[in-house]
Design a protein around this ligand. Structure first.
Ligand SMILES: CC(C)(COP(=O)(O)OP(=O)(O)OC[C@H]1O[C@@H](n2cnc3c(N)ncnc32)[C@H](O)[C@@H]1OP(=O)(O)O)[C@@H](O)C(=O)NCCC(=O)NCCS
Length: 197
């Protein structure tokens, strides 16, 4: 069976061959742009706000100290001082809506953090962005990896629905991976996603 991505590509190609309009492809409102130093405060807010909304902050959470560390680390990321790492602002309808960090290493593409502000959650944008990253990883012949907290069952459920499987654990986190499938002829198969109901 053709994957969703292959179906859209096929449909787009068919459409282009018949008419000269742009192909019909899924339109997601989410847009990524690399974060700059002007976004450091915003991405820090997103991180803290989403954790708080999930009820995942420890009772003795020291927000000031945490923010100081997070801001310093994010500055290093946006200034290019962290190898292979890109921090993005997720924009939805032109507004800043979330944070995404991707580490494109030699052997894997790691989704090293994705947070959408609560008002933007549950509308398909996370699925769309994660799927794009999985396709990018598989096209490069690499697995996509992600870590999710054991205390974050909804995120774990999302990754599992998108075809990620558990490959390890690390303290309070589960490491999941979506490996490129190798076909009988040795070439990489198209990424596919198994969606839940
Ligand atoms: C996880 C997240 C990026 C998914 O993006 P999204 O656009 O909300 O997700 P989609 O609408 O594409 O898909 C819905 C699924 O996302 C997951 N999800 C939705 N809200 C969530 C939340 N607050 N926390 C964790 N997962 C959530 C669930 O699996 C949901 O399916 P369900 O309703 O059947 O449980 C986003 O919800 C988020 O930022 N959550 C808070 C931060 C977080 O947990 N990040 C993941 C760290 S590994």
């Amino acid at each position: 069976m053709l994957s969703t991505v292959a179906l859209f590509r096929q449909r787009a190609e068919t459409y282009v061959s018949r008419v000269s309009l742009r192909p019909v492809i899924p339109k997601a409102s989410a847009h990524l742009r690399p974060a700059t130093e002007h976004d450091v405060g915003f991405v820090t807010d997103v991180y803290v706000v989403t954790l708080r909304a999930q009820g995942r902050l420890a009772r003795d959470f020291d927000e000031g100290a945490f923010r100081d560390r997070f801001v310093a680390q994010t500055f290093r990321e946006v200034e290019g001082d962290v190898p292979d790492s890109t921090t993005y602002v997720i924009e939805i309808d032109g507004e800043r809506a979330g944070r995404l960090r991707v580490v494109r290493g030699p052997d894997s593409l790691e989704i090293a953090g994705i947070q959408l502000l609560p008002a933007h959650q549950g509308k398909g944008n996370g699925t769309y962005l994660i799927e794009q990253l999985v396709v990018e990883a598989h096209d490069a012949g690499k697995p996509a990896r992600v870590r999710a907290g054991r205390d974050n069952p909804r995120a774990l459920g999302l990754y599992r629905r998108l075809g990620f499987t558990e490959v390890g654990t690390d303290d309070d986190e589960i490491i999941l991976e979506s490996a490129p499938r190798t076909q009988a002829d040795g070439t990489e198969a198209e990424a596919s996603f198994s969606r839940g109901p």
